[in-house]
Structure formats: C-alpha cells, structure tokens
Design a protein around this ligand. Sequence first.
Ligand code: PBG
Length: 326
Amino acid sequence: MKSFTRHRRLRRTAAMRDMVRETSLSVHDVIQPLFVKEGLEEKQEVSSMPGVFQFSLTDVLAEVAACVELGIKSFIIFGIPIHKDEIGSQASAEDGIVQQAIRLIKNHFPEVLVVADTCLCEFTSHGHCGILEGEQVLNDASLERLVEVAVSQARAGADIIAPSNAMDGYVYAIRKGLDEAGFEDIAIMSYAIKFASSFYGPFRDAGESAPAFGDRKTYQMDPANRLEALREAKSDEEEGADFLMVKPALAFLDILRDVKNQSHLPLVAYNVSGEYSMIKAAAQNGWIDEEKVMLETLLGMKRAGADIIITYFAKDLAVYLSKKGG
Ligand code: PBG
C-alpha cells in the first residue's frame, strides 16, 4: 500500500462538496398530502400534527395555491365525510368530499397532479379498510368496492389512483376497472408494501380513521418481514402497477433499497404522520434543529432508493429550497 487514502480531499471546500454530492432533494420529488373535511367552516390544525390542517373545500384552494407558488406540483387527497356507513358509500359518491376536492383543484390548477388515496377507512363506520363479515375484513368483496371508488376518483379528474387498502389483487382489479371505464391512461401508484405500523397514529387523528375494533394486521404487513415485502412488490408490478410505494419509510429504509434493486418502476417512500410528528415535537422542545433533521431524513429516503416522497414536510422543504435559491 503506497499510503492511506485522503477522503477529506473531496470535502475540503463547499464547492467541492457540492460537486461530489450524490443525492439531492427537489420540489419535483415530493407529494403534499391534503386532508379535506366535509362540512368544515374553516381549516383546523391537527393537534398531533403541528402545521397540518384539515381543510374545507374553500380554504383547500388557498393551500394548493401557496404550494404551487413554491413549486410543488403534486398532491395526495384524503377526505373525511360527514356520513359514514358499513360499506363507506361516500368514498365513491359523485359528490363525495374527495371527488369534490379533486374537481375543484383540477378546475383551478389543471397543471398539477392530483393523486387520490383509494381506501375505505375514512368512510366506514367501523374504520376498517374493507367490507366486513362479522369482524372479518373480506378480500374480494372489498375489491369490488375499491374499483367503484377508484373509477369515481378518475371520473372526478384524478391523475393517479393510489390504493392504500392492502387487499390482495387490488392493482389487478383496479387496472381492469379503470380500463373498462375508459381510464387506461390513469396511473396506479400502489401502496405495495404497507406495514401494520404504529407510526400511523397521528394520521388517524387527521383522517378520523382509527379502526373501531381490532387492528389492521390481517391485511397490512408484519414489520418483521422483508422477503414478504419483496413478494408484495413483485406481484403488484406483475398486476400492472405504475409506481410502487414503501410505507412507512424511516424504519424501513432497507426495504426501500431492496425494492429499488429489484424493480425498475418509480419508487415512492411515504414519510408518514408519526415520522413527521416526532420531528415536530422534538423541535418544539428545542431538542433538535427541525430544518436540518427534516433534510437529513428526506435525503436518507432518497439515498435508500426513493425517487418520490409523500411528505407532510413538502411545503417546509419547498420553503427551504427557495431560500437557498433552488
Ligand atoms: C389509509 C391510509 C393510512 C395512511 C395513508 N392511507 C392509514 C392507515 O393505514 O391506517 C397513513 C399515512 C400516515 O400515517 O401519514 N388506509
């Protein structure tokens, strides 16, 4: 060996570090989640998610405008209906809260991408993501409902359908349903790998979607499983998914990398509610530097293999990037 290696040569100046940086963050890579609540008079902050709001149909447009101004081009919509029932009727209603929100946003901002979360839990009286028989969540009966939901969202103008319900065969069923309804150009972003995670806690406050009994472990995955995650990714790709997602992201960065190595589809990381709230809470206590920890977290997801990140930090990131000059 001639001598030891001087890695620090490439870290010597800021310009050098900028030149050799391997991963970067951009507003093009993020999707901003939006909660829209039926019957709400004015926007309401979610107590477990500081800076995240439930919006009414009127003030959601101002939020989209503010995001667009910052360069954000994609949004994922979650709806909270007034009326919930056993089968989540409002999830596929033509005048459902999600359908109304999609139409409104696309009318005012035709250039943005609207992703529709396709699930039943915000719409069912029992808070589960599918159709029940007793306390069992039925797979195939749920698929029929999910196809109706997806087609109604496409009809309202959604650009991308993002099924998050974790039933088997939803990509196949939804692809077929969309094609038959004439929506062959509408893409499917599959929540292919969705773990039964405690990191969803704050979301269930925001989406008012906690299950009334039991948990989601018969349909969402065991966080201990890696090979099963790869099987889920493979079958969704074969069924026709256009994007694959790993959710949550932070405790599952290994899975992101594994899926990236296995599939050539665009890969999405969902930086979920609990991951957001932990950073917000620690920052509010003055224990961490919020902006720096946010950047490091999002960068870690991209480095792990994510091409796209769904994150409640989208706006904060956009503000940071615009301060920095791109
Ligand atoms: C609906 C859905 C959930 C999330 C996204 N879509 C919650 C759940 O599965 O209970 C969680 C997102 C987050 O925690 O930010 N099924």
